[in-house]
Design a protein around this ligand. Sequence first.
Ligand code: KPL
Length: 317
Amino acid sequence: MSKQLHQPWHILGAGAIGCLWAHNMQQWQLPVTLLARTQEEHRQMQVKGIQVTAGKVTHISRPASIFPSMSGGTITNLLICTKTYATLGAIKAWRKRLHPQVNIVLLQNGMGTAQSLQSLLPKANIYCATTTDGAWRKGLWQVVRAGTGSTQIGAFSAHLSPQNPPPPIAQLISLSVGEIDTLALHWHQDIITPMWHKLAVNSVINALTAVYQVKNGDLIYHQQGRLRLEQLCIETEDVMSRCHITPIPQGLLQKALRVLQQTADNQSSMLQDCLAERPTEIDAINGFIIQQGAIMHLPCAAHKQICQDLRQQYPNA
Ligand code: KPL
């Protein structure tokens, strides 16, 4: 594919996953621009670049960046990797630059933001993505790739065909194929299913690890934590079944235990947020389950209790 045909991308949310994507897009020779919040953030990004460490190797990438009052072209393809609670606020600073039919790929934990984004930008083509890639932020624009997974992307907007990706996303997928140590991207014709499965896992793990302040692997052997994990699994599966979501083949408990084993040494994203006194994604994870449950008249008592415990322990959560 010639360089001229490469589609430009902008990235909103330069956290661990946003930086990982920026680095990969640069390696694929796509024009990529990070949307910085301030002039100072932009300046620092230009000086330092992005550091991505995988194993013993550290790569430095230098994507372009702009800040809201800086001149720049129209945004036609946008990857959003902000935290759920920060998404709408962050997009408002860039709204005037967005092409009315901008292609947006929303890649974040939790659910609910895509609906709000579509109400704000009715003509936007919204796609959702869910990933099993593991990355954590070591410092400002310093990312450690903790595990290689895969990313499913699919259509969210009702006006889009779920069958095939549009050309800019098809290009990303084809560039990711066959490369070693790069992102593995796949088109999914029913993205709601993998999104719900990821949400389900997050809903039974993240808040518990934060409340008990344990690494993922230690939750398996935490007496009280394990009992609550099992209860949360029952409630989440009830909600999923009432919402007609395809069940997780091996069952949620087995799936969650597997994830806990595979990421035994990791701190969940919610524990990291709580320890850093940042807001968490609890509303888009457990809050979303409670909200869907309420529509189906399911009380979701264990989910309500874990939300309450988290908020009591961490006032910023
Ligand atoms: O996705 C995760 C997270 O931390 O948000 C899990 C699956 C819990 C792995 O840490």
